[in-house]
Design a protein around this ligand. Structure first.
Ligand SMILES: [Zn+2]
Ligand SMILES: [Zn+2]
Length: 128
């Protein structure tokens, strides 16, 4: 048996770090616009679509805080068109994922989950 090591060249988008085998594709990716940050770390937010608590089998809205914002990524086009009914401009852009820390009001468990900006809104009552 012969061991073969193949070298492959990839082109990486400098914005989202996605690797492409094709230079043109990588260039096209770099030309995508970057979503303007909607939230900042420390902002208080709530979810628009209710979450489901597996423990208590109940839906809920949380009041949470942004703890982290990811580096720019490519949007999950299928998810965004199905659930967020997004505008085309956003689907062709690099977007951020906002990590939110919140407590489930049913089971009282603290969670940290990642959301796209259109899934969240400011929680005015908690803003200081
Ligand atoms: Zn990119
Ligand atoms: Zn829960």
């Amino acid at each position: 048996m012969k061991k073969i090591i193949e070298r492959k060249i990839f082109y990486q988008c400098s914005v989202c770090k996605t690797k492409y085998a094709n230079k043109k594709e990588a260039l096209k990716c770099e030309l995508r616009t970057l979503e303007k940050k909607v939230f900042e770390i420390g902002n208080y937010v709530k979810n628009i679509e209710p979450r489901f608590c597996q423990m208590r089998q109940k839906y809920y809205f949380f009041s949470g805080k942004i703890t982290k914002i990811t580096d720019p990524e490519l949007p999950d086009v299928e998810y965004e068109t199905r659930w967020l009914m997004n505008k085309k401009e956003r689907l062709n852009a690099h977007v951020f994922l906002y990590q939110v820390k919140f407590r489930c009001p049913h089971c009282k468990k603290t969670r940290e989950e990642r959301y796209y900006a259109p899934e969240l809104q400011f929680n005015e009552k908690s803003q200081r």
